[in-house]
Design a protein around this ligand. Structure first.
Ligand code: NAD
Ligand code: APR
Length: 244
C-alpha cells in the first residue's frame, strides 16, 4: 500500500480475525470451539522458538498443515460482503490477522489487504529467506518427507506467518497504523482483540476519531470504546452492516 492511498483518507478500515473464517470451516483460536481450547499444546506449534529448536514440533506442524482446512477453504458471505462494499466505490482497507488469504480469494484486490500475521500459503526459509509455495512443500510431505528442508540451502522451512516470538513486518504494521489513524469507520470483526499489536489498532482508531464498530460473538476488551457492538453471527451480521 502506498502512502498516497492513506492520505486520501480511507473511509472504512476492517480489522478481521479468525472469526470471519469460521463459516468457511477454519476453526478460530479462542472461540468456544477454538484450537487453543481443544489442545493447549497447539500453541507450541506456532511459537517460533519451539518450532526452530524441536524437530518433533516441526514434524507435527507439517502433518497438521497437511490436514489444514486453510488450504481447502472457500470465502464465505462475510468475505463477499467486504468485496461488495469495495466494489460499490467506498474506499476500504482490510487489516487482517488471518493467514488464510480468503479476503483476496473472495476478490478483494491485494493492495487493499494488509496481512498483519503473514500468509500460510507460502513458505520461507529461516536460513536464506528463499520463498516458495506451501502447496509445493506439502507435496513433499505427502511424498514422505517429515520436515522438508530448503531446496536452496538446506535451512529450516516455515510458513510465511508470524509465529509467537516473531515481530510483525514493520512496513505492514506502519501501513496498518496509518490506516487506523486516518479512517472514519473502523470495524473489528471476528477477533477477540487479545493479541497485540493488532488489537491495539482498534483503540488507536477510536482515539483518532473513527467510529469503532465491533462485530463479534463474544465480548472484547475494546467494547467500552465502541460506538456500536454487534454480538451476532458474522455471516449474517457483517453483510447486514456493510450493505447498510
Ligand atoms: P499453520 O498452517 O500450521 O496454521 C496454524 C493453525 O491455525 C492451523 O491449524 C489452522 O487451521 C489454524 N487457523 C485457525 N483459524 C485460522 C484462520 N482464520 N486463518 C488461518 N489459520 C487459521 O501455520 P503456522 O505457521 O504453523 O502457524 C502460524 C499461525 O500462528 C498463524 O495462524 C498465525 O496467525 C499465528 N500466530 C500469530 C501470532 C501473532 O500474533 N504475532 C502469534 C502466534 C501465532
Ligand atoms: N460469528 C461471530 N463471532 C465469531 C464467529 C462467528 N461466526 N466465529 C468466531 N467468532 C468470534 C469468537 O467468539 C472469538 O471471540 O471470533 C473471535 C475470534 O477470536 P480469536 O480466536 O482470538 O481470533 P483472533 O482474534 O483472530 O486471534 C488473534 O491470535 O494466535 C493468534 O495469530 C493468531 O491471528 C491470530 C491472533
Amino acid at each position: 500500500m502506498n502512502t498516497d492511498e492513506v492520505s486520501r483518507r480511507p473511509l472504512v478500515a476492517i480489522l478481521s480475525g479468525a472469526g470471519i473464517s469460521t463459516d468457511s470451516g477454519i476453526p478460530d483460536y479462542r472461540g468456544p470451539n477454538g484450537l487453543w481450547r481443544r489442545d493447549p499444546e497447539a500453541e507450541k506449534l506456532v511459537t517460533y522458538d519451539y518450532y526452530m529448536n524441536d524437530p518433533d514440533i516441526r514434524r507435527r506442524s507439517w502433518l497438521m498443515r497437511g490436514e489444514n482446512p486453510v488450504f481447502r477453504a472457500r470465502p464465505n458471505a462475510a468475505h463477499e460482503a467486504v468485496v461488495r462494499l469495495a466494489r460499490s466505490g467506498v474506499p476500504v482497507r482490510v487489516l487482517t490477522q488471518n493467514v488464510d488469504g480468503l479476503h483476496q480469494a473472495a476478490g478483494l484486490a491485494d493492495r487493499k489487504v494488509l496481512e498483519l500475521h503473514g500468509s500460510a500459503r507460502s513458505v520461507v526459509c529461516t536460513g536464506c529467506a528463499a520463498t516458495s509455495t506451501t502447496e509445493a512443500a506439502l507435496r513433499r510431505v505427502a511424498a514422505g518427507e517429515q520436515d522438508p528442508a530448503c531446496l536452496e540451502c538446506g535451512g529450516i522451512l516455515k510458513t510465511a506467518t508470524v509465529m509467537f516470538g516473531q515481530p510483525l513486518d514493520p512496513a505492514v504494521l506502519a501501513a496498518a497504523t496509518a490506516v487506523a489513524q486516518a479512517c472514519d469507520v473502523f470495524i473489528a470483526v471476528g477477533t477477540s482483540l487479545q493479541v497485540h499489536p493488532a488489537a491495539g489498532l482498534a483503540g488507536l482508531a477510536a482515539d483518532h476519531g473513527a467510529r469503532l464498530i465491533i462485530v463479534n460473538a463474544e465480548p472484547t476488551p475494546y467494547d467500552g470504546q465502541a460506538a456500536e457492538v454487534v454480538r451476532e453471527p458474522i455471516g449474517r451480521a457483517l453483510p447486514a452492516l456493510l450493505d447498510r
